[in-house]
Design a protein around this ligand. Sequence first.
Ligand code: GSH
Length: 219
Amino acid sequence: MRLVGATAVAPTIRPGWTSPMKLRHSTTSPFVRKCMATAIEAGVADDLDLETANPWDPDTDIVAQNPIGKIPALVLDDGGVLFDSPVICEYLDSLRAPPRLFPPAGVARWRAMTRMALADGLMDAAILWRRELMRPAGERSPWWIDRQLGIVTRAVDAMEREASAWRGVDIGLLATAVALGYLDFRMPDLAWRESRPGLAAWCEGFSSRPSIRDTGPHE
Ligand SMILES: N[C@@H](CCC(=O)N[C@@H](CS)C(=O)NCC(=O)O)C(=O)O
């Protein structure tokens, strides 16, 4: 991956697809991180240009590429745009030879997709929790804050119930590691590891994968 404007690097062209692609990103977005981790797992990270976007800026240009106004968005070299992160991840994963992060069919696929949905839902709630706390004190809704906290808590509890059976890697597990990393980054006081030893042990081991180790969030 390289920042647009940095010294040009010859893209790696693989049969059947074109390169480079441009990922609209930020260094703090867990959904962007999930895409970057997928690109690393798929071996296509060097073919991604990273172009910063701030979706919270009222003048953001991301709406021209994603009418929903969110990052990530993946701009292909023909100008086509892919969003949201599950679509981008499946596309990036499709560029590699099997075995893929997205199992092709059957129980393995639906388990992985549901795990990703749980992790994505956790990230959605953690982001909404944080954005609500960023509002002026008199405008915050305690009900809304508690609701998002409840979602986050139930999600990590559900992960803890399954974690001892987790092996290997798929898109659901990759998304789970990204989601837990976002809690460490934005909700450290939650101390999610304290009562979830199985999930903590899994996360510790899984986080040594280069795709997770090398994509940590930062301001
Ligand atoms: N479902 C989307 C969620 C993406 C998302 O929430 N991105 C955040 C940044 S981490 C965003 O752009 N938020 C702007 C907004 O909600 O207006 C995906 O999977 O890509």
